[in-house]
Structures are given as C-alpha cells and as structure tokens.
Write a protein that binds this ligand. Structure first.
Ligand code: PEP
Ligand code: MG
Length: 754
C-alpha cells in the first residue's frame, strides 16, 4: 500500500497539474508543459498524450518522442498498444513493449530505445477519448503507485479536455470528450409511455471542475460524512422495517455492510483524497478500477463482489452529491433516470412524482423493476448499449416507451414531434377518462365486463382511473418478487386486505403464487432447469411443497373475513391437481373455523386455463370449479410451442389465427356447457382487435392491464357483436393462417374503433 511519501508525491503532482491548468497561454503549450512535468515527476524517459479523433488516436503532445511526430502519428482504433488501452479502457503495464503482440512500430516517433510501457485510458463519464503513456528505456514493470498516479493525471486531463480548458487547441473540437451531438439509441420497450426531460444519472460522476480539491482536509471530512451516511443507511435497511419493499435481499445487504466496513476500501478512498483529489473524484477513480476489473473477470463469484463494490461506490457518490439513498430531493421535476441496471426497490425509492422515465443500458435482469415501473406508470426503455458513455447529467432526452427508443440531445424539431405525440396521447387519455363510468355495451346490447390485471397495491388505484369493474387477475407473486425477503403471513394479509378494501364492492380475483418459469425470487435459490417454462412452477410447487401455498391461502382467508373471496390457481394441468389445490383451501377454511377466525362471507375457487390439457378437461371441471380464466400468455406459449419470453419466436405465431381462435371458441363452448363462468386475462385481452375477436367468440369477461381498459371499452361501444361473430366464424372456418389483416379490414369497414 502506498505510504505517506507517495501521497506527498501525488499531492505535489496534482498541485503542479493545477498550476498548468490555471496558467493561461496556448493550449498546445500547456499540453507540452504537462507531458514535460509528468515525465520529470515520474522519472520517465517519455510521456505522451494521444487523443481520439474519429477512428484515430492521434499523438497530441510528447516529451521524449520525436516532436515532429506530434499530430502526424495516428493509430487506428484498436491499433498498437495505445489502441489496446483505449479498447479495453484499462491500464496496460508491460516491461518489454516492442515484443508485445499488439505493438505497432512507428519509425517517425523514434521510440526504438524504449522497453517499458505504461498506458492508461483518458476516460470521463465512461467515455474513453485518449490514452496517456509513459515509457522508459530500462525493461521494468511500473509500480502500483505509478499506475495510480498516472491514472489520476489522466483523470484530471480528461476533465480539462471535457471542460473546454483546451478549447482553442486545433483539432480538439472533434475529440469527443463530451457527448454533445444528438443521438438515437434503440433498445427495448419495457414500460409504455413518452417522456421528455432531463437526464439524471443513477451512477453519478464527479461534477466537472471538482476533480482536484482546494482543501484536502475539508474533502476528507466530506468523505467521512458520506461514508457514515451510507453505512447508516445500510444498517437502517437491514435492521429496519422488515415489510419494506425492496429488491435487495438481506444477504446482499449484509455483504454490502461488510464491504462498506472494509478498511481497505476506506483506505484507498482516503489515499485519493489525501493525494489532492476531491472526495467525488477519489470515489470515481476507485469505481473505475472496480468496473475495469469487473469487465475483465469471468469468475462469477468475483464478478458479484465487484458488482457489489461498484454499487457501494455509487451509493457513496450519491451521498456526496446529496442525492442519498436515491431520495429525489435534488432531482429536477422532469427527471429521466439513466442507469446500468435498476432493482425494484431503487425504483420505488425514486418514486413517480418527479421521475418521468427510466432508461437502462442493460436491463436483462429487470423483470422486477419493470413490474414496478408499469405500476408507477413510468415509461421505461432498456437494453440500450453504450448509453452510459453517451449521456451526460443534465442532457435533454426524449424517452419513447412505445418504440423502445431514447433520443439524446434531440434537435428542436424532434422534440416538437414528440410534444405532438404526447398531446395526442393525453387527448386519447382524456377521451378514455370520459368513458370511465360508461358500461361497456356493444351497439347491439351485449354487455362485456372489463376487469383489471394488477399485482401491487400501487396498481389498485387504476380501478377508478381506468374505470374497470373489478380485478380479474391479481398476481400475488409480485409482492414476493419485489420484496427483499419472503413476505410473512402478516404482510401478505395486509396487502390482500388493502386491495380488497380499495376495491370496495368490486370483485377481486386473487391468483395464488405463480413462481418458477420466468418468475424467480432473488432470495430463493432456484435449481436450474433445462426448460423452466415446462418445469417445476406455479401450482406444481404449491402442491409438492404445500407450506407456502397454505400460508398464502390462510392470508387470503384472513384478509377476506366477512367478504367475498375469489381465488384461482395458475398452471393447473389436470383435474386431479385442481382437486388437490381446492382441498387445501377447504383445509385452511377448516383450520380457521377451528381457531375461531372470522370466515369469508363467500368463497369461490377457480382455475386458470393455461395448459392445453386442462383446456380439454373443462367438462370434468363442472361442479368442481367455480370459474375459469384463460391465461392466453401461457396458453398460447404451450399451444404454439413458442417461448413467450423469447422475442425470436414469441411474435412468430398469432393468436388471431384460425387454430388459436378455434381452440378458444371450443373452450368457451365447453365452459358454457359446464355452466362455468369464464374470462380471458392474458395481455391479448387488452388489445382492441383481439378483444373484438374474443367478444365475437362469445367471451363476456375480459381482464387486462390498466392501459387496455380505455381502448377496449371504446371498441366495445362501437361494436356490433353479432356482425363480428359472423365475420370471425367465417374467417376461422376458411383460413388456417393469421387473420389479423382480414379482421382489421373488417373492423375498419364497419367503423369499429380500433
Ligand atoms: C397468462 O399466462 O396469460 C397470465 C395471465 O399469467 P402470467 O402472465 O402471469 O403468467
Ligand atoms: Mg400465466
């Protein structure tokens, strides 16, 4: 570890750097002085600065190489050792450079005599736009302190270039140190909506102009205060309210706490501050190291630790910036949050008040955050490669959660197009709002009941807003997915009671835990399965390990005391499975009666039709089940043998095709014959054209996401159910492929409101 002598050395270096920075004069002169100073302080024979212009890394200043090579020597992206450093964004420390496989010889530089090479990237806001190099004649590896010192210089240099300190340097205007041009990033839409706002970084950067500290003692005090804040917050999260909704498991928090108390982390941070960096810059430097190690490590255990460390670095940076615990005090009220990944708890912490949108660079593991974003009504786009290196805090951005796009620093005409689209959306929303108390009745008098799909307490207010008549599907696993630990009986009961109370006399259908498949819990170690969608999931887990299911049923029964309880089971495949599940309900009712618990006023037990085998067993469910609900998401996945989560195949087959619609027609007829109430609750029910087809097939209960209620109601109000039924019947009898185009044409011709 570096001793005080090195700290003193670094401090002198930073002071000299600062002098150069603040001295006036020509930019080229200052760069020349800088390389001279670095070479002499580090006792290097050569010090050079390469900056990236377009696809080249160009020599901008050198001490030790032939000065005639300045602005002449250019290495193509990825070429030579300089290219390697830029490509990996990591330091490269080698004793025998000329024999390195990536060495590219440039005779004009006169670098023949130099063996050792140390290059570090010049990076800011994840953007690498140059390389700083020192070289020596003797073949040796540079020490850790030297690498660190050079990285610090590179950091300051990055800042100088980005802040325009060298603004007058020829050619520097096309060095991309700061993202400034309009850019379009295309990713995936996770949560619908449009937002125009200001970029706020979840992983902030040291503010420009604050890399070198004026007063190291003051910086250390700031650092101490921020460290204390982060530790306190972690302790509070661990010891605090167990019912708190958070996506971070207790284990992870404990690991954080341990890491946050690790003296070597703190020592490294202090080392940076004592060397003259601002507290923010010291943290950012360490975070850069963690990130670089993370990128080059394959070992999953190490990667996880490094990821945790980076997360801690980010918490500390936020604490320094005064945006602690993601609390949004300092956020602009049109904030668009930019992050690499985001957990559901973090998203909840930001809240919906000022958050207008979320953009994620990755987002492969965001299923849980997506649930929260949708419940909050916040648009979200993910899988935007390169996002973090292209956006700056404070940038104007347009987030398009319909198409899955993000526009950075858009031109005014683009913004005005989006403003138009936004006002169109609000006009439509206003139209739907006007319909909210109008019952959904077709023009020929068929009443269709429109229900809501929900999963968090947050969702339930949509009942009033959207004008739904009840909750047709309450996905109870959401509470489990966004919790840090397994929700206990008490917190389950609280949630269910809360939902029932908010719903008032509107019916709520709770679905028991549907875990497994694509729904995994962060705190339950799951066994890897070859085919999770066909594996041990949903009611299969519930029947094999009934403890969890029985607890849940107990919570539902408690919550529904004196009220109507509707409960249904997911992915039941056989009638025997349904009988077994229903027996558990009876058992819990008996248990409650024996223990003097108030019973629900009425209990209805239903089943989801998601497995084709069950769809062919409906006559046998007569008298056993109280109602049926078709989960088209799963039913179609099994029907077409196409993974619903795999984009390559999920859109390949159309529910609006003869085989699928014939199947749905048959299910509806069987349900009617068995005198079983039936609804459809997959996503398809929320799309007007699909809803038209389902109504035509005789379905009269549709449950859907809140965003679907308005559009589907408008469609129903414009529909002639009998006409539609005739058209659909004719189309599915004659056509084996997708009939989407034909249905659309038919609806348009009849002026149905699609
Ligand atoms: C379905 O499968 O259609 C359904 C409604 O359940 P989930 O999407 O939660 O699997
Ligand atoms: Mg399902």
């Amino acid at each position: 570890m570096a001793g005080p002598a090195n700290i003193g050395g670094s401090r002198i270096l930073l002071r000299k750097l600062r002098e150069i920075m603040e001295a006036g004069g020509e930019a080229q002169q200052r760069l020349d002085r800088l390389v001279g100073m670095v070479a002499s302080t580090m006792v290097a024979d050569v010090c050079s600065i390469y900056l990236t212009r377009g696809v080249f890394h160009e020599l901008f200043a050198t001490q030790g190489l032939d000065p005639a090579a300045v602005h002449r020597t250019r290495l193509k992206d990825g070429e030579g050792l300089v290219g390697l450093v830029a490509e990996t964004a990591q330091p490269l420390n080698i004793a025998d450079a000329p024999h390195h496989e990536r060495f590219a010889y440039r005779p004009e530089t006169g670098e023949d005599p130099y063996s050792s090479f140390l290059g570090v990237p010049i990076v800011r806001s994840e953007r690498t736009f140059g390389v700083l190099v020192v070289q020596n004649r003797v073949a040796r590896l540079y020490g850790e302190d030297e690498v660190e010192a050079l990285q610090t210089i590179a950091m300051v240099l990055a800042e100088m270039v980005a802040s325009g300190a060298f603004g007058d340097l020829s050619g520097l205007s096309d060095v991309e140190a700061r993202a400034s041009r309009p850019e379009l990033l295309v990713g995936r839409a996770f949560s619908d909506g449009l937002a125009i706002g200001t970029a706020v970084l979840h992983e902030p950067h040291a503010p420009l102009g604050r890399v070198i500290a004026d007063d190291p003692v003051k910086e250390e005090t700031r650092l101490d205060a921020a460290l204390a804040k982060v530790r306190q917050a972690l302790n509070a999260m661990i010891d605090g309210d167990p019912g708190r909704i958070s996506g971070v498991s207790r284990d992870v928090l404990e690991t954080f706490r341990m890491l946050a108390s690790d003296p070597s982390w703190e020592t490294k941070l202090k080392h940076g501050v004592r060397a003259g960096l601002s507290a923010d810059a010291a943290v950012e430097r360490i975070r850069g190291e963690h990130r670089a190690k993370f990128n080059s490590t394959r070992d999953p255990y190490l990667r996880e630790r490094l990821h945790d460390l980076e997360d801690l670095d980010n918490r500390l940076l936020r604490a320094l910036a005064g945006v602690d615990g993601a609390a949004a005090q300092h956020m602009p009220d049109d904030a668009i949050l930019i992050a690499r990944e985001l957990g559901p708890a973090e998203l909840l912490d930001y809240g919906a008040e000022r958050l207008k949108g979320v953009a994620l660079e990755e987002g492969a593991n965001t299923a849980h955050a997506v649930i929260v974003a949708r419940a909050l009504g916040v648009p979200m786009v993910g899988m935007l490669p390169g996002l973090l290196s292209r956006v700056e805090a404070g940038d104007r951005v347009v987030l398009d959660g319909e198409r899955g796009e993000l526009r950075l620093r858009p031109e005014p005409q683009i913004v005005s197009t989006y403003l138009q689209r936004q006002s169109l959306r609000s006009a439509r929303a206003a139209e739907f709002a006007r319909l909210k108390d109008t019952p959904a009745v077709t023009r020929d008098g068929e009443r269709v009941t429109l229900l809501l799909n929900a999963g968090l307490a947050l969702d339930v207010h949509h009942l009033d807003e959207a004008g739904a008549e009840g909750i047709g599907l309450f996905r109870t696993e959401f509470q489990f997915m966004v919790s840090e630990t397994l929700p206990r009986l008490e917190s389950q009961t609280l949630l269910y009671r809360d939902v029932l109370e908010t719903a008032g006399d509107r019916p709520v259908t709770f679905r028991t835990l549907d875990l497994g498949g694509d729904k995994v819990l962060p705190y339950v170690a799951a066994e890897r399965e070859e085919n999770p969608a066909l594996g041990w999931r949903a009611v299969r887990i519930g029947l094999d390990r009934p403890a969890l299911l029985r607890y849940q049923l107990r919570a539902l029964i408690n919550a529904a005391a004196g009220r109507r309880l509707r409960v249904m089971f997911p992915l039941v495949t056989t009638v025997a499975e349904f009988d077994a599940a229903r027996a558990l309900v009876d058992r819990e009712l008996e248990w409650g009666a024996k223990h003097g618990r108030p019973a629900p006023g009425q209990v209805e037990v239903g089943v989801m039709v998601e497995a084709p085998a069950l769809a062919w067993s409906i006559p046998d469910l007569k008298g056993r089940a109280d109602f049926l609900s078709i989960g088209t998401n799963d039913l179609m996945q099994y029907f077409f043998a196409a993974d619903r989560g795999n984009q390559r195949v999920s859109e390949r087959y159309d529910i609006l095709s003869a085989p699928a619609l014939r199947f749905l027609r048959r299910i509806r007829q069987d349900a009617e014959a068995a005198e079983l109430q039936i609804s459809i609750c997959g996503e398809a029910a929320g799309r007007p054209l699909e809803a038209m087809a389902f109504t035509a097939l005789g379905y009269r209960r549709l449950s859907m996401p809140a965003s679907g209620v308005g559009p589907v109601k408008r469609l129903i109000l414009s529909l002639e159910a009998r006409q539609a039924a005739e058209a659909v019947d004719a189309l599915i009898d004659n056509n084996a492929g997708s009939i989407r185009a034909e249905l659309t044409a038919f609806a348009k011709q009849r002026s149905y409101a699609l």
